[in-house]
Design a binder for this molecule. Structure first.
Ligand code: C2O
Ligand code: CU
Length: 486
């Protein structure tokens, strides 16, 4: 950060210097190919303090549950305009170590919040400053990246909405954050992970909620256009999201716009969504004012989590879907893309190896100091597993890649269970599914069904980025690896 160039005011320059010291952010360009270092001048500053809060999850007359939340607010929600330079300070007000991870945000690797790989664990009472360029509009979320089954399982999740002033005007918008809880009758938590669940489909919560309530009664004008932002922040559950009583289109996945797809045109008329996945749905309310229901249709016992009643009427109802502006993401060059293939495995089936970094490697040392390891290994990726139990070292990277190059990554699921697979720090393009069930779209997490192979492609951004299943118990019992991009 030598001379302040191109229109940078002295105040902004000093502000950035005070925060950052000598380091500088990498500003993405439109193509994502060339990245030009620029000083980071925050335009918004927030503090997010993790700690306990109370929530009546079992009903108004039943005991409250002591959950975890940021700033005492269940599903703390940040709404910021696209282009914001966010300085977010994580404060750990809990009795255990943690970190903060902004899921799906493309950012400099050092702010990614993955303990041992990108930063040390934040101890109780400690803090960490994240500097995030919010260049991609959309529906995102944030959560800890340590003991996630325990911390996110008890509610430590926040919502990040990056607004785009170019979006079409909707008549109403509702954010619907879905999460289940594992509760005993006294409002306390049951064991959040059990071996039977962790080694298979996951350990489910029986108390289902949307925004912390059993269900929501919402309103929108008859004939009006409603934007629903639906987030699956559950640790475990895969949901089939559908709408009854109105016309609905899928307009964004994981925050990123796609060409609108009518929900009725998708397999079974639903969007199947694993933990960490988000969708934006454009719902057109019926003109006659009849109510609309939004639900999870995966189980025989349908969970209708929102009922939207008509209140008033729009003057001039519109036709066709309201598309969001095209995402401005780096587009992988498929002619030049280098190919990788990774297989999701069960440890027992695959004899997952015990490969470790040499013990004098600084990463390995840092890992020994952290507690972010599970006690058992049930899963692996390509015969490797993230350290758990007796494997206390970070495995070697699954892949070494070059910044700015395009990669096509095939994810093969050889297990009997579906896995929502997430890559940090990138938005990838979902190119194909061997079961041919996915429209082409950008995402940060993709659900891979048993026996399926899904191919995604992206332009590599520099850093050490984890690649893992977002069923939190799977991730914590081995289904996590990482890419080193230099
Ligand atoms: Cu929601 Cu490792 O991420
Ligand atoms: Cu999984």
């Amino acid at each position: 950060m030598k001379k302040s160039g191109a229109g940078l005011s002295r105040r902004a320059f000093l502000g950035a210097g005070a925060v950052l010291g000598a380091s500088a952010l990498l500003a993405p360009t439109r193509t994502g190919q060339a990245r030009v270092p620029a000083p980071f001048a925050p335009t918004r500053t927030v503090a997010l303090k993790a700690g306990e809060a109370e929530l009546k999850l079992l009903g108004p007359d039943r005991p409250a549950t002591r959950i975890l939340a940021y700033d005492g607010e269940p599903f703390r929600t940040l709404r910021l305009p696209r282009g914001t330079r966010l300085q977010a300070t994580f404060l750990n007000g809990m009795h255990e170590g943690s970190t903060l991870h902004f899921h799906g945000i493309r950012m400099p690797n050092e702010y990614d919040g993955v303990p041992t790989l990108t930063q040390p664990l934040v101890q109780p009472g400690g803090s960490f400053v994240h500097l995030l360029p919010l260049d991609d509009p959309g529906t995102f979320f944030f959560h800890p990246h340590c003991d996630e089954t325990g911390q996110a399982g008890r509610g430590l999740v926040g919502v990040l909405i990056v607004e785009d002033p170019r979006d079409p005007a909707f008549d109403a918008e509702h954010v619907l954050t879905l999460k289940d809880w594992r509760l005993a009758d006294d409002g306390g938590f049951l064991e959040l992970s059990e071996p039977n669940g962790a080694s298979r489909v996951g350990t489910f919560g029986a108390t289902r909620t949307v925004n912390g309530a059993v269900s929501l009664n919402l309103t929108a004008p008859a004939g009006g256009d409603v934007r629903l932002r639906i987030l699956n922040v559950d640790s475990t559950r895969i949901m089939d999201i559908g709408v009854e009583g109105g016309e609905a289109w899928l307009i964004a996945v994981d925050g990123h716009a796609l060409r609108p797809v009518r929900l009725d045109d998708l397999p079974d008329g639903v969007w199947r969504m694993g933990p960490a996945q988000r969708i934006d749905v454009h719902l057109r309310m019926p003109r006659d004012g009849s109510p609309v229901q939004v639900g999870d249709y995966r189980a025989a016992d349908i969970y209708h989590f929102a009922t939207i009643a008509a209140e008033g009427k729009v003057a001039r109802p519109r036709k066709g879907p309201l598309a969001l502006p095209k995402p401005e993401l780096p587009r992988p060059d498929m002619k030049k893309a280098e190919r990788f293939s990774f297989t999701l495995q069960q440890a027992t089936d695959a004899a997952v190896k015990d490969i470790a970094l040499p013990p004098d490697d600084p990463l390995a040392k840092a890992l020994l100091d952290s507690l972010c390891v599970g006690s058992t290994t049930y899963w692996g990726i390509d015969s490797e597993s993230w350290p758990t139990g007796s494997r206390r070292n970070v495995p070697p990277p699954l892949a070494r890649m070059t910044t700015g190059r395009s990669y096509a990554v095939e994810i093969k699921n050889e297990t009997r269970f579906p896995h929502p697979v997430h890559l940090h720090g990138h938005a990838f393009e979902v190119l194909s599914s061997s079961l041919d069930r996915l429209p082409r779209h950008f995402a940060d997490t993709v659900l891979v069904q048993p026996g399926e192979a899904v191919t995604v492609a992206f332009v590599a951004a520099p850093g050490d980025w984890v690649f893992h299943c977002h069923i939190l118990e799977h991730m914590e019992t081995g289904m996590m690896g990482w890419f080193r991009i230099v």
